[in-house]
Design a protein around this ligand. Structure first.
Ligand SMILES: [Zn+2]
Length: 144
């Protein structure tokens, strides 16, 4: 089996391309394309789930986590999600410069940030790698 996007050979039973992360699922057999849990080693996830969850709470934990587990892909996945969430949070603050409409967008965004943070923490703790809604598909830190 070869990746439809980049042409890399994909090991049998793998759900994602090891090079570019393109899913191998067809539309029929995947209930939720944003669930990347199968991409990661379950042992890696079990070892780094608490560190991964902490990364959503404070930037300092990202630095600590990277020092403790520099090779964990599961951890890097959650660091990426938390950084994307941080950028989203900054953008939500910036739009508040625009009177009225910006304030409303900013307020909605702030609520979304809180909800997404809780989702990230819970999923990391449960050893899951599910993309956050809307913003989860963006990549700042490569985790493949
Ligand atoms: Zn590929």
């Amino acid at each position: 089996m070869f990746c439809s996007k980049c042409g890399t050979q994909i090991p049998e039973n793998d759900h994602y391309c090891p090079t570019c992360g393109e899913p191998t699922f067809t539309k029929n057999n995947v209930p939720n394309e944003s669930d990347r849990t199968a991409m990661f080693d379950p042992e890696d996830a079990k070892r780094t789930n608490i560190l991964s969850a902490l990364c959503y709470l404070n930037f300092i934990f990202i630095i600590i986590a990277l020092l403790l587990e520099p090779n964990s892909k599961f951890l890097r996945y959650h660091i990426n999600q938390s950084l994307v969430l941080t950028v989203f949070g900054i953008l939500c603050g910036v739009v508040a410069i625009v009177p009225f409409i910006g304030w409303i967008v900013s307020a909605v965004g702030a609520i979304a940030c809180v909800v997404f943070t809780i989702m990230g923490v819970v999923r990391a703790f449960r050893c899951e790698a599910k993309d956050l809604p809307i913003i989860g598909k963006y990549v700042i830190v490569n985790y493949n």
